[in-house]
Design a protein around this ligand. Structure first.
Ligand code: NQM
Length: 352
């Protein structure tokens, strides 16, 4: 089934419909999506990382969850399938898909699905409208980066309680640049846009065409990846990099996020959760750039095509040193686009 989840689009599968062997599964998924090919012309992929995604869903054996959701990022022009990151946008389609496929019974008026995110082991709870045993997709919720309105999918992350700062520091100097490395569901390196010679208000296209910036960000990312305990991240999709600038539209901060090479046209959900938590870190690089609301957990993250509102809190332990993430909540929407049979490119077909 093809669904839009938030500002991403992906192919959703029942685990039982894919090969159990990981190598065979990945090889099949590359052929399904039409990778490697910059246009993904021979498959379902949309020629951008945000539309080259797969969700693998099954009933969960964990009593705390209804379903298990494995996210796979499918390379566009590289023959790579990665399970090293989560995706909070594709997550928005998982609850509806679980109801569509009969893994979870639709509730009266709304359905709550507890989802174990296999990539991180963490839980998320999605709540969305259902009527007469079916998912309701139409509604009045609007999210930036998606035209029109649709039914809201409310997603809550209870908070892992784990440490937010993978390097143990509020601020590190990486490749000569001050950064804050944070992980509230997505390993992310926060950088003041001005520290890498840009304003943070450029278009994603202009930023992608800035080759000197690309080199600088690559250097920062490789060094930060090691400091964050992620090892060699040359071929990995994490950590992401988010450039921060003062807000322009009444939010807390303006962002440009690299995922990690292409510049996001909006921002990822868990990426935004990490930015929101990172802005609250005392001594972090966001402290003098962001304008945090005086009270409450609500925060607006501005991005190239609008904004993402979330509720997110952090807490310092009794020793005051190590902050942990509390609950995070966001509103997304999702839509069933297509349900049917995909005919993957045959194995061994010529590739350029
Ligand atoms: O951060 C893109 C997206 C994402 C990830 C990426 C995401 C998240 O917007 O939760 O959703 O950062 O690669 O779909």
């Amino acid at each position: 089934m093809l669904l839009r989840g938030g500002t991403s689009k992906g192919a959703y599968f029942l685990a039982e419909d894919l090969p159990a062997d990981t190598a065979a599964r990945d090889e099949l998924l590359l052929r399904v999506m039409g990778s490697p090919d910059p246009r993904q012309i021979d498959g379902l992929g949309g020629a951008h990382p945000l539309t080259s995604k797969v969700a693998v869903v099954r009933a969960s054996a964990d009593p705390a969850a209804d379903v298990d959701y494995l996210f796979l990022q499918i390379g566009v022009d590289r023959a790579e399938v990665s399970d090293r990151q989560n995706c909070g946008n594709i997550l928005a389609g998982v609850g509806p898909f679980a109801v569509e496929r009969g893994l979870v019974a639709a509730g009266e008026g709304r359905t709550r699905v507890r989802i174990r995110m296999v990539n991180s082991g963490e839980l998320a709870v999605a709540t969305f409208p259902t009527e007469d045993g079916r998912v309701v997709y139409s509604g009045r919720a609007e999210i930036s980066g998606v035209p029109g309105t649709a039914a809201p999918v409310v997603i809550e992350f209870p908070g892992s309680g784990g440490p937010l700062l993978p390097t143990g520091q509020a601020r590190d100097i990486v490749a000569g640049t001050p950064v804050t490395c944070v992980d509230n569901g997505m390993p992310t390196v926060l950088i003041a846009a001005s520290a890498v010679g840009v304003t943070g208000y450029e278009t994603p296209k202009d930023l992608e065409e800035d080759l000197a910036l690309a080199d600088r960000l690559r250097e920062i990312r490789l060094a930060a990846g090691k400091l964050m305990g992620l090892g060699d991240v040359e071929a990995a999709t994490v950590p992401k990099l988010t450039l921060l600038a003062a807000p322009r539209h009444g939010g807390a901060v303006m962002t440009r996020t690299f995922i990690p090479v292409r510049c996001h046209t909006s921002i990822g959900v868990l990426g935004a959760a990490s930015v929101a938590a990172g802005l609250r870190v005392e001594g972090g690089v966001g402290q003098h750039v962001a304008r945090l609301p005086a009270t409450g957990d609500r925060l607006r993250i501005e991005h190239p095509t609008g904004f993402l509102d979330l509720e997110s809190g952090i807490e310092y332990g009794r020793d005051g040193a190590v902050p942990v993430a509390l609950r995070t909540a966001v509103v997304r929407t999702a839509r069933k686009i297509f349900d049917g049979t995909v005919f993957p490119r045959p194995s061994g077909a010529a590739q350029h």
